[in-house]
Design a protein around this ligand. Structure first.
Ligand SMILES: CCC(=O)SCCNC(=O)CCNC(=O)[C@H](O)C(C)(C)COP(=O)(O)OP(=O)(O)OC[C@H]1O[C@@H](n2cnc3c(N)ncnc32)[C@H](O)[C@@H]1OP(=O)(O)O
Ligand SMILES: O=CC(=O)O
Ligand SMILES: [Mg+2]
Length: 361
């Protein structure tokens, strides 16, 4: 392990200084596209203003015989498209694949100045982040980059979950972590065949109704579906928060089931995630809606903050006690709203209108 004194030292002579804090840039949806798929790549210029992050995917979902085409497509897209304020990320191939090294050796010199974040799949421990960290530093130095490329890990192996805290704190480059429910299910030998979301068989059942003498009777016993991902998302959120990096829900594979997608995204939002992946254009609007706090919540948060003055003590608002802790919760909501409003004029107007309504009450 690096000494605390060395943690922020560049890992190669001439590499840019590591960031001391992960910059918070809206990333409600990380929109995946296959840069080697001409139809998808053609949509990137019109998608750029609609999404917070565009991710050129080189790993799973890109056929093995199209890996080079995807890499070349990403270089072309990065050069040709004006992304404005939208971030450009890539997901490289996994570190045990024949393509990962060439992904980095090509992308950093060719388009390193445009790449904000490299997503690393199937991370098993801090050693994987250390490998990418040093390699990026060498390549950045060689390419003369002045801004460090950040790293995002996918939590999708049992070993990775067991080591999630050390992964989150492995490098100042760590920007965030996404849950990868599909590979994680396989790695854990879960008996599911879906990409994220719930499963109707993962349930608890109510006790049998008592019969006259107190023994179990024969009446109906309602069942309640449980959340397969609660434990992992909560653990990931804690690891990320403890290390000042950002947690995300990953993919939801049932593209047509927009309702269940929205539910999955909202659970992740409420638990602390800042965004999710969109795999298809139909999921972009869902993520935008879910990962932006509602105007009502923002108006309420601003009201509590105003009433709490310096943020200490206790006040009553509409019958509810507010104190230092609720003030901090409200700051989370209001600060997120401010960051999103700065990027999204429609949202800014909705927040302003709701706040004015709350103040007029
Ligand atoms: C599970 C673990 C993981 O690793 S998840 C991450 C890896 N998977 C991915 O990145 C999948 C990305 N998405 C896709 O490949 C496609 O959306 C899939 C799911 C195959 C559906 O494609 P398709 O059958 O063409 O859908 P569609 O006919 O409804 O498409 C309508 C038009 O939209 C386009 N489109 C589709 N997806 C995207 C996308 N992600 N980004 C940009 N454009 C997309 C289609 O090409 C289609 O275009 P057009 O109207 O024919 O010109
Ligand atoms: O890469 C994502 C996953 O769910 O696997
Ligand atoms: Mg995966």
């Amino acid at each position: 392990m690096r000494s605390a004194k060395d943690f922020f030292r560049p890992l190669a002579v001439g590499a840019p200084a590591p960031v001391r804090e992960v910059p918070f840039r809206p990333s409600r949806m990380i929109h995946f596209f296959d840069p080697g798929n001409e139809k998808m790549a053609a949509k990137v210029p019109s998608l750029a203003p609609q999404v917070d992050v565009l991710l050129g995917n080189l790993e799973d979902a890109v056929p093995a015989d199209r890996k080079e085409a995807a890499r070349a497509g990403l270089v072309k897209t990065a050069r040709d498209v004006d992304f404005g304020d939208t971030q450009l990320w890539t997901r490289i191939n996994s570190l045990d694949s024949p393509w990962a090294l060439d992904d980095l050796l090509t992308l950093v010199p060719e388009i390193g100045g445009k790449l904000d974040v490299v997503m690393v799949p199937k991370v098993e421990g801090a050693q994987d982040i250390h490998y990418v960290d040093r390699l990026l530093a060498q390549l950045e130095a060689k390419a003369g980059l002045t801004r460090p490329i950040l790293v995002h890990a996918i939590l999708e192996t049992a070993a990775g979950v067991a080591a999630v805290e050390e992964i989150a704190g492995a490098s100042p480059r760590m920007q965030g972590i996404s849950l990868g429910p599909a590979d994680l299910a396989a790695s854990r030998r879960m008996k599911t065949t879906r990409v994220g979301g719930g499963h109707p068989d993962y349930l608890v059942r109510a006790d049998p109704p008592a019969s006259g003498g107190g023994a179990a009777g024969d009446g109906p016993r309602p069942t309640f579906q449980q959340d397969l991902w609660h434990y992992t998302i909560a653990r990931m959120v804690d690891a990320c928060a403890a290390h000042g990096i950002l947690p995300y829900y990953g993919p939801f594979g049932d593209i047509q089931d927009t309702t269940a997608c929205e539910d999955q995204f909202r659970n992740a939002f409420l638990l602390g995630c800042v965004g999710a992946w969109s795999l298809h254009p139909v999921q972009i609007g869902i993520a935008k809606r879910v990962f932006s706090p509602s105007p009502q919540d923002v108006a309420w948060a601003r009201r509590v903050i105003a009433a709490m003055g310096d943020g200490t003590g206790a006040v009553m608002i509409d019958g509810k006690m507010q104190d230092d802790a609720t003030y901090k919760q409200c700051l989370v909501v209001a600060d997120l709203a401010d960051a999103l409003a700065a990027r999204d004029p429609e949202l800014a107007a909705a927040y302003a209108a709701a706040t004015a309504g709350e103040e007029a009450r």
